[in-house]
Each structure stands twice: as structure tokens, then as C-alpha cells.
Design a protein around this ligand. Structure first.
Ligand SMILES: C[S@@+](CC[C@H](N)C(=O)[O-])C[C@H]1O[C@@H](n2cnc3c(N)ncnc32)[C@H](O)[C@@H]1O
Length: 288
């Protein structure tokens, strides 16, 4: 599994955000619900309760800043920094956060920013695995948290040997493609997902897990071909584009090891795994 190359990651994501349009907003609710579930807040009331004493918040690798908007809705008083390295993400994020004067969009590298004040809460969702040394990124977040502050982060999980081997094979090749070529590749992959979905073979059971149809099963176990008939086609393409642009995956031991290396004294508030990601919430408990 190759380490993500910072220059390529920056390049691929900036290209993706140059394409972002209405479809990014159209899925906010789906992703926000997923965030609330994975980190254990369940609903807006739960998140508002968690955020009520948070004065300064960082969303690291904000993309379109969907999560910052969610935080702003739940706490209008907090200062919220939405950070991304991509100029196009910054542009889209600024547009999305216009109605929220407590949000500030900053273009910076999440792996080495310098802030005058530590944060009460850092959220880094769907990003950490795109950084070259995730344990160092965790360490950087930890150093920028107040004692008692909370860090939420997610990491993609390994699936199985076959799916992981195919992912690595394609990712190695994808690093040699231009963003246009990778987008085209992601479109073809999405058509494959669509074709599988259109077969109409529903309710696949495998080792105690239920998959709504054969596309979900193939996607999870054999070949990355994300497709969701309920969302804009380009959004499914962008998800496959992100994936193949370089997306290391981890197992539970690797996540544990990364936390041991990257984090000082902490309390685990939540450790959740679903089909796609580990979602972890930790509290910093001393100045280390
Ligand atoms: C998969 S997107 C996730 C965006 C957002 N967190 C979400 O869940 O929709 C990853 C984002 O992280 C940003 N990113 C990756 N590495 C970064 C770095 N070192 N510094 C700042 N942003 C970075 C990319 O530009 C991209 O917008």
C-alpha cells in the first residue's frame, strides 16, 4: 500500500472541488446523519448538547464544509474554523458558510498549521488517511487541542485480501493518471456499479451481513464500484475518484497502533466501525 503523496492528493482534490456544484449540497443530509450516527450524537440535539461548551472548533480537511455548517447550526456562538488546502474547496466552503458569520474558512495544510489558540474540538472526518503519516497528523491535532478537548477522526477500514489487493493495484496505477483521466476511470467504475444495481438482484446475505443488492455486495467484497441510485451520478463518480486517488485502509490493530504513536494521554469516548470506516472520538486528558 503506497503512502499518499501530498502533491498528488492536493492536485486530485483541487480538481474534484473544481467540479463540485449543486450535487455536493444535495447529499448534505445523508452525510450529516451518517456523521451523527458514527460519532454517537444520534441527532442535532445530541450534537448541540456536546457542542454547547465548545468555544473554538476546527474542521480539518473541510472540503465543502458540510460538517462546519452542522456545527454552526448546533452552536452559533462558537468560532468555527473550516480548513482545507484546496483553493477550490475553500471557494465552495466559503459559499456554503456565507449564512454563518461564526465560521471562517482558512486555506492551510492540516498537517502543519500554526494557531495561536488551542481548540476545544477538532473534527477530521474522511481525511486522515489521505495524509502521508496519519500518526503525525494525529499528533499535530493532539498538540493543538486544549486539555479536556475532543478530537473526532475517521479512517477507512480494510475489507478483505481480494478487495484490498485490487484497490492497491488500481491506486498504484491511478497515481500516474492525470485528474481528467482518473475522473474518466471513476465514471466507468460508476457505470459498472450502476449496471450491477440494474440487475435487480436484491437481498444478498453474506456471513451474517445483509446487502440490499448485488452491487453493494460486490462493492464491499470484490471491487470498488460505488453507486447510489438515490444521488446524483457525479457524486457517486466523485466518491470513486476520491477512493482511487490514493486511499490507504487500516485494520483495528493498525488504528490502535496509530493512536498509541500519535496521541498523548487520552480517553476513548467512542470507537465505532461500520462497513466503510472507523470513527473515533477521544478526549485529551493531560498536557502530556
Ligand atoms: C474526502 S474529502 C473530505 C471532505 C470533508 N471532510 C467531508 O467529509 O466531506 C478530503 C478533503 O481533505 C482535504 N485535504 C487532504 N489532505 C489535506 C491536507 N494535508 N491539508 C488540508 N486539507 C487536506 C482535501 O483537499 C479534501 O477536501
Amino acid at each position: 500500500m503506497q503512502k499518499p503523496d501530498k502533491k498528488l492528493t492536493f492536485n486530485f482534490f483541487d480538481y474534484k472541488w473544481s467540479k463540485a456544484s449543486e450535487w455536493t449540497r444535495a447529499t448534505e443530509t445523508i452525510y450529516c446523519d451518517w456523521y451523527l450516527r458514527r460519532y454517537g450524537y444520534q441527532n442535532l440535539e445530541g450534537l448541540s448538547d456536546f457542542l454547547k461548551d465548545k468555544k473554538i472548533i476546527l474542521e480539518a480537511g473541510c472540503g465543502q464544509a458540510r460538517d462546519s455548517k452542522l456545527f454552526a447550526i448546533c452552536n452559533l456562538q462558537a468560532i468555527i474554523i473550516a480548513m482545507d488546502q484546496s483553493p477550490n474547496a475553500v471557494r465552495v466552503a466559503k459559499e456554503n458558510l456565507k449564512p454563518y458569520p461564526n465560521c471562517h474558512v482558512v486555506r492551510a495544510d492540516i498537517t502543519n498549521f500554526a494557531f495561536t489558540e488551542p481548540f476545544d474540538f477538532i473534527s477530521c472526518d474522511q481525511v486522515l488517511h489521505h495524509t502521508s503519516d496519519p500518526h503525525l497528523t494525529l499528533q499535530h491535532f493532539y498538540n493543538n487541542l486544549k486539555v479536556g478537548g475532543v478530537l473526532n477522526f475517521s479512517l477507512c477500514c480494510k475489507k478483505n485480501q481480494l478487495r484490498d489487493r485490487l484497490d492497491d493495484l488500481i491506486m498504484e496505477r491511478a497515481t500516474k493518471l492525470s485528474p481528467d483521466e482518473l475522473w474518466e476511470f471513476a465514471e466507468v467504475v460508476t457505470y459498472l456499479g450502476m449496471a450491477l444495481n440494474k440487475l435487480g438482484i436484491e437481498n444478498v446475505e453474506w456471513e451474517g451481513t445483509h446487502y440490499s443488492d448485488i452491487q453493494r455486495f460486490v462493492h464491499n467484497h470484490i471491487f470498488r464500484c460505488w453507486y447510489d441510485p438515490n444521488i446524483n451520478f457525479d457524486l457517486s463518480v466523485s466518491s470513486n475518484f476520491d477512493w482511487f486517488s490514493g486511499n490507504p485502509r487500516f485494520d483495528i490493530h493498525e488504528v490502535g497502533e496509530m493512536m498509541n504513536r500519535g496521541l498523548g494521554p487520552h480517553q476513548i469516548l467512542r470507537f465505532n466501525k461500520d462497513d466503510a470506516v472507523f470513527s473515533v472520538s477521544v478526549r485529551k486528558i493531560s498536557a502530556s
